[in-house]
Design a protein around this ligand. Structure first.
Ligand code: HEC
Length: 138
């Protein structure tokens, strides 16, 4: 959760920075981590002390390997869930937000009755890196 908050505040800070100078002092509404808010809106404010690895380029393949995804998904053959190659065939870059949400929230209906388990501890940033990697599998 802390990491998610950190990412949200970085995004919020970044957004606030690029979208106008009307309220330079307190533009961050979703900031739940003052530590980061104080550290000013630079995308490079990566890792807060103790906040863990906030490496800029996430390796989706490694993130997938480090999570439980492979228990239900394989790259090219269907397991409990669809193969990633099938997912890549079905979706385009424009679908990334949907797939990010699906990884975090879980759910069923896109491929059948079996629901995908939710992953509330996966950050949106990590989920996006996973999706981007999945979409490269053909
Ligand atoms: C418990 C088994 C299970 C695990 C663990 C699991 N999935 Fe899934 N996944 C599924 C099932 C089942 C579906 C099909 C859901 C549906 O029909 O909407 C799915 C669908 C998906 C889709 C396509 C979503 C859509 O709307 O078409 C993606 C992308 C995906 N999974 C990625 C992941 C990633 C990344 C992980 C690891 C963080 C993961 N899955 C872990 C079972 C799982």
């Amino acid at each position: 959760m802390k990491k998610t908050a950190a990412i949200l505040s970085i995004v919020a800070a970044f957004y606030a920075c690029s979208s106008g100078q009307t309220e330079p002092k307190k533009p961050i509404s979703v900031n739940m981590n003052p530590q980061i808010g104080d550290a000013l809106p630079k995308a490079t404010v990566a890792a807060p002390a103790g906040g863990g690895a906030a490496a800029p380029a996430k390796d989706g393949k490694a993130l997938i390997a480090g999570s439980d995804c492979l228990a239900c998904h394989q790259e090219t053959s269907k397991l409990v869930g669809p193969s990633y190659a099938d997912v890549a065939k079905k979706y385009k870059a424009a679908d990334i937000p949907h797939l990010v949400k699906k990884i975090i929230d879980g759910g069923s209906g896109a491929w059948g009755e079996i629901p995908m388990s939710p992953h509330p501890t996966v950050s949106p940033e990590d989920a996006e890196a996973m999706v981007k990697y999945i979409l490269t599998i053909k």
